[in-house]
Design a protein around this ligand. Structure first.
Ligand SMILES: Cc1ncc(COP(=O)(O)O)c(C=O)c1O
Length: 395
């Protein structure tokens, strides 16, 4: 059976050149903090990767902190600038944090955790296309705001947020600005200096690198409290002997994705647009969610009304096709995606959604195969759905 992987926003396969770089790095067993030649070899691998990441972001190498994943990077900045410890003056003196309603759980739940410590967390709403409402954001910002954290691109819909406008809105007000760029980095050009960002998070496994490695960009003069205390690693901001192999893999992954970023954007955008047009044409009552937003070229979120996304997912999996839903398991039941609900959708439409995320290996043939399977699946499931039967009767 032909297998089709359309879940690149969940994770990406390791690029063969990344794998080769990691295998080579395994031979370098020294501790990067050691002063002998073995240590220096490991140190050099890490510093080369740091420079590659810094160059890709338009940053300085000393502004790049390696972490264990995107979630850790998000935790480090959110907790690290707002904790009662005095290293971050703004975070100490001000009590409010603003995030958007569509953030990844690693931002949402970290911010919620601050509420227990007496901080006030504002959730900025989004419009029907999943884009942050700038006028509301402006009204939430005050001289009590310590941190604004808004994701660069949403993982479920691909909606790109107006990061430049937000940076301009915040500029000169002594507020810390962080963006979770886990889904955008490596696919869209990002220059932290041009955007005047204070912090940015990224993750290795979304860009054909290994799982278990991430980065937090920290602007030079900004302060953050470490989450993990210990040795002097990562400029005293993230203790623990560096994971040389994963960091070397991340460096290679960054180099590769930057090299073909523009051509992949073009290729995947054309494939995605063709796929969406075909779905809407061939499958009645299918709606592209967030269609009018500026979106990541490889992401498509579509609702197939009157049936559940989970049923579609399992049916497609039977046919060898891997997709995802944004549903989350909560107290034993499936909750519809918080992102789609924040866009104002009713539960039915949100529950019936599927995310297709394309990647480097995706071909037109994959999408043709997916379309056929999808048409069969949706028809079969709808034939069993009382809601659909009702809809047909009324039509
Ligand atoms: C937008 C976003 N932020 C953060 C993360 C977490 O990254 P990691 O899996 O490296 O912890 C993800 C992962 O899906 C994501 O999509």
């Amino acid at each position: 059976m032909k297998r089709v992987y359309l879940d690149h926003n969940a994770t990406t396969p390791i690029h063969p050149e990344v794998k080769a770089a990691m295998i080579a790095a395994m031979e370098v067993f020294g501790n990067a903090s050691s002063h002998h030649s073995f240590g220096r070899e490991a140190h050099e691998l890490i510093e080369n990767a740091r420079k590659t990441v810094a160059d890709a972001l338009g940053a300085q190498p000393e502004e790049i902190i390696f972490t264990s994943c995107g979630s850790e990077s998000n935790n480090l900045v959110i907790k690290g600038v707002t904790c009662g410890n005095s290293v971050c003056k703004i975070g100490c003196e001000r009590s409010e944090v603003i995030i958007s309603a569509i953030e990844h759980p690693s931002v949402l739940n970290t911010a919620k955790c601050l509420q227990g410590e007496g901080k006030i967390v504002h959730l900025c709403p989004v419009n029907e296309n999943g884009v942050v409402k700038l006028d509301v954001l402006e009204s939430l910002i005050s001289d009590k705001t310590a941190l604004v954290s808004i994701m660069y691109a949403n993982n479920e819909t691909g909606a790109i947020q107006p990061i430049e406008e937000i940076a301009n809105m915040i500029s000169g007000r002594n507020i810390i600005f962080h963006t979770d760029a886990v889904q955008a980095f490596g696919k869209i050009p990002i220059n932290v200096k041009k955007l005047n960002l204070d912090f940015l998070s990224l993750s290795g496994h979304k860009i054909y690198g290994p799982k278990g490695v991430g980065v937090l960009y920290k602007k030079k003069l900004r302060k953050v409290c470490p989450l993990i205390h210990g040795g002097h690693h990562e400029f005293n901001l993230r203790a623990g002997t560096e994971n040389t192999v994963h960091i070397a893999g991340l460096g290679k992954a960054v180099e590769l994705c930057i090299a073909d970023m523009d051509s992949e954007w073009q290729r995947l955008g054309e494939l995605r647009n063709w796929f969406e047009a075909e779905v809407v044409h061939r499958i009645p009552d299918s709606i592209v969610n967030g269609a009018d937003a500026d979106r990541m070229a490889h992401t498509s979120n579509i609702s197939f009304r009157y049936i559940e996304g989970e049923s579609i997912l399992y049916d497609l999996d039977f046919d060898g096709i891997a997709v995802s839903t944004g549903s989350a398991c909560s107290s034993g039941s499936l909750e519809p995606s918080h992102v789609l609900l924040a866009m104002g959708m009713d539960h039915g439409r949100a529950h019936s959604s599927i995310r297709f995320s394309l990647g480097r290996s995706t071909t037109k043939e994959d999408l043709v195969c997916t379309l056929g399977a999808l048409e069969r699946t949706v028809t079969r499931l709808r034939n069993m759905s009382p809601l659909w039967k009702d809809r047909i009767k009324k039509a």
